[in-house]
Design a binder for this molecule. Structure first.
Ligand code: ADP
Ligand code: ASP
Ligand code: MG
Length: 411
């Protein structure tokens, strides 16, 4: 008998019909002899709806009360799913994050899980109950309700699976696995049978929202077997694995996938003195404002001055530009400017380690489409470029094609 932690995302519980369908699916697994802990998200669109309500009162709202509000979404779905299981004659019990208890730090809106007290759940499982847990939420040490950041129900699922030493954590969603790129952008994208934690972590960090980054981190750290599957169809989905050696698909392909991120914005300061300490003078005030910087580019100096460019999350663009304008005055720079209509395209693959020429091939593919590269950054298993937003779809498709990632086999 296996212990499975299953997580169902927003679309999968988006209506009463879908919640009833999830109940049927959970029961099928139960009837196969498995113990089940089921984590659910809020109904699709609900977290956005609640956020909009809060913003009508205060557009800049964040913190404790926002978490009190947002966690109601998941409280609705745990109750409804549990009722649907009861109606079918099954023993089931719902838990909020606090009831479990999923202890987090006190960083409201983006809290991290510190520990999980799984004793109650283990007891209920022993008695044959199906356990239904609200995703995305926890409590801090003072009992304040916290949330884990958007997409955080994935992390609840993985963390519970780690705490309960589950045999597998299954993330059920509206696609049937992890694809070579977002199948909504490239119809020819191919489902991967397996992907390494390392690659999945890069994909998630670089914008593939199919799994929350922290869920992948957690699964890698605690060696939780993790699988992404469809709620709507049967199938094997995609296994996230630490083992790349036996994996043909990972071994053969130099590039495993393409990620993109629309949440980027670029800022530039021209004509700053090319002297020690300037990078710190520019980025210090940005980091003091709690703004995370992603890519950084400094040109080779000329005439004793240089240009400095960096990217931030698009939500931080206005604040960052204001800060930069002030810095430009202080540093007597020529001008500060910005562009919030840029995106980041990345290719990811462990095979890159042993293959040269991947970067130049990427640049050639983009050049052939007339796409200008604004910034470049590389690490061991990824290459990212910043391009204008209008080139997102074209760029992703061209790279997908150019690196032969599409499905060729005919049915
Ligand atoms: P859920 O509500 O179930 O958590 P999400 O919307 O968070 O679902 O994640 C699933 C979505 O992730 C898919 O609908 C798909 O558009 C998107 N996605 C982005 N990149 C990928 C990828 N490489 N493979 C599969 N899906 C991806
Ligand atoms: N409901 C939350 C969100 O929409 C958490 C989740 O679905 O994972 O971000
Ligand atoms: Mg999600």
């Amino acid at each position: 008998m296996a212990l499975l932690v299953q997580k169902y995302g927003g679309t999968s519980v988006g209506s009463i019909e879908r919640i009833e369908a999830v109940a049927e699916k959970v029961i099928r697994y139960k009837e196969q002899g498995n113990d089940l802990v089921v984590v659910v998200s809020a109904m699709s669109g609900e977290t956005n709806r609640l956020t909009d309500l809060a913003k009508q009162i205060d557009p800049t709202v964040r913190g404790r009360e926002l978490d009190v509000l947002l966690t109601t979404g998941e409280q609705v779905t745990i109750a409804l799913l549990t009722m649907a299981l009861h109606k079918r004659g099954y023993d089931a019990k719902s838990y909020t994050g606090g009831q479990v208890k999923i202890l987090t730090d006190n960083a409201h809106n983006k809290a991290r899980i510190v520990s999980i007290d799984a004793a109650n759940l283990a007891q209920d499982l022993k008695q044959g109950q199906i356990i239904v847990v609200a995703g995305f939420q926890g409590v801090d040490e003072h009992g304040n309700i916290t949330t884990l950041g958007r997409g955080g129900s994935d992390t609840t699922g993985v963390a519970l699976a780690a705490a309960l030493k589950a045999d597998e954590c299954q993330i059920f969603t509206d696609v049937d696995g992890v694809y070579t790129t977002d199948p909504r952008v490239v119809a020819e994208a191919r489902r991967l049978e397996k992907i390494t934690f390392e690659e999945m972590l890069e994909m998630a960090s670089l914008g593939s929202k199919v799994l929350q980054i922290r869920a992948v981190e957690f699964a890698g750290k605690y060696e939780v077997p993790l699988r992404v599957l469809s709620s709507f169809e049967e199938g094997e989905g995609t296994l996230i694995t630490s083992d790349s050696s036996e994996d043909d698909s990972v071994e053969q392909a130099v590039i495993s996938g393409i990620a993109f991120n629309r949440d980027e914005a670029q800022l530039t300061i021209n004509g700053v003195a090319d002297t020690p300490g300037v990078a710190h003078q520019i980025l210090g005030p940005i980091s003091d404002a709690n703004i995370e910087v992603d890519m950084i580019l400094q040109n080779v100096g000329a005439d004793g001055t240089t240009d400095f460019t960096f990217t931030v999350h698009r939500n931080d663009y206005d604040t960052a530009l204001n800060i930069l304008n002030k810095v430009a005055q202080d540093l007597k720079a020529r001008v500060a400017s910005g562009n919030n209509r840029i995106v980041k395209l990345s290719i990811v693959g462990v095979g890159m380690r042993s293959h040269a020429g991947i970067a130049s091939k990427m640049f050639e593919i983009l050049a052939n489409e007339g796409i200008n590269i604004l910034m470049i950054s590389t690490s061991e298993i990824k290459i990212s470029v910043v391009v204008e937003e209008k080139y997102l779809e074209l760029g992703v498709r061209a790279l997908h094609d150019g690196f032969d990632l599409a499905e060729y086999e005919t049915e």
